[in-house]
Design a protein around this ligand. Sequence first.
Ligand code: NAD
Ligand code: UGA
Length: 475
Amino acid sequence: MSSSIKNICCIGAGYVGGPTMAMMAYKCPDLIFNVVDINELRISEWNNEDLSKLPIFEPGLQKIIAKTRNKNLFFTTQIKEMIESADIIFISVNTPTKKKGLGAGKSSDLKWVEASARQVARFAKGHTIVVEKSTLPVRTAEVIQSILNSSGSNTNKERNSFSVLSNPEFLAEGTAIKDLENPDRVLIGGEDETAMILLSQIYKAWVPESKILFTNIWSSELAKLTSNAFLAQRISSINSISAICEVTGADIREVSRAIGKDTRIGSKFLDSGPGFGGSCFKKDILNLVYLAEYFGLLHVANFWEQVIKINDWHQQRIAKIVVEKLFGTITQKKIIILGFAFKANTNDTRESAAIKICKDLIEEGAELIIHDPKVSPVQIEKELQIKPISENKNDDIFSFKNKEGNWRFSNNLNIFDNAHAVLILTEWEEYKYIDWFNAAQKMQRPAWVFDSRSIVNSELIKKSGINLWRLGDGS
Ligand code: NAD
Ligand code: UGA
């Protein structure tokens, strides 16, 4: 490691900033990593002595935090001080889809990135390498560079200079630690070769050199968007085929297995489910659509937009099937929702398929009981924008008077009494071991299990006397 690098700062202590810096600190014990955030609560959660109270749940994260925190990894709100002392600054802030103004609904809102760049311009000293870790529209590096160059408000007497690099993150939530420890590739885009080599030296502490790719900065930015677009496209493709399976007698699991054996296609990302969620797939495709439209490539824009349209349609399709199977009405029917996170092993609910599906079911009058092992009821309320019914309320179905439906949370699985149906939306391991014979005794008849993740043992369910609907099962 070059002696010119000692202090690393990361702006943004979120799902990317926290785990990424923790892994770097773990692998590079001689370097100091300061993760800063404007959100005081988030920083205090990262500093919580009780590691089960970290702001994000990610398998393996607690162990790494225990080994690095307050040794060479620090979480703080002292943004100015940490920027001043940094040799490398990662910008890892949120980049959601713009809600208003030019490009609303499609392009990324860069206000947090811009604010970060302004902070860096203001406080950085000497030569600083600024790294885009957030996923950004192509040519954002240009914007960052121009903010940095025109740092007229620079309070430092000393003249500062900057090299901007793109180093997108490819981790997936739920497997972030595994992905960071053994990445398929590390992508570094830029023009300043010295800066690129310095950044690559951090990764070389644990990533084989052959996996570290250098590209120009625009290819790096576009590769990140394209990578997410391709992954999401596979999910929309397989989900669209699941609908064909259901009407033709085919089985999506068999179709996936058969096509995945073709080495040109490969077996990953072929699990049909309730539609992709997560904070990035939709926003990154929308970004690509916006870029294509901006350059007048309307056929390209329409092609990628279709991936999102199929996903929306697919989520609505699931709610509709539940209603149809329950004799066309779910008013005052008790439906158990298993899983609210957008995938297993994370507490993240952003863009989770569960949000839309639960809202549709509530609108149809259902009384939902929502269980998730890692998502809090407060978080669910925030996503649904509907208050839960009181915890103390007798959960006998006849006590539900609200015709518009409602929901409440349960932190345990003793919830099958009088339920008409169970809808599995997240593939949490514990749902595989539910005692369906026991549940069948308690549920209303006819009872239904709707498995959108193909995780239950279909034979056991059928033997228990419960009707089973599985996504993409035409049998
Ligand atoms: P996040 O919302 O969890 O975290 C972003 C953090 O940045 C927040 O805590 C926010 O308070 C902080 N922040 C915003 N402006 C700030 C400022 N000016 N100064 C200091 N802190 C500031 O977001 P995330 O999920 O970590 O995603 C960050 C970026 O990484 C996004 O561009 C996303 O597309 C990309 N990405 C995310 C994932 C993922 O799995 N979540 C994976 C790869 C890439
Ligand atoms: C995704 C990418 O996999 C990461 O490489 C990328 O870094 C990240 O987005 C990002 O840029 O934010 P993530 O969204 O965390 O990661 O999780 P995925 O495993 O990709 O799952 C996304 C959604 O697709 C989930 O709702 C998941 O349940 C669904 N999915 C995934 C399927 O329905 N079927 C599959 O076969 C795989």
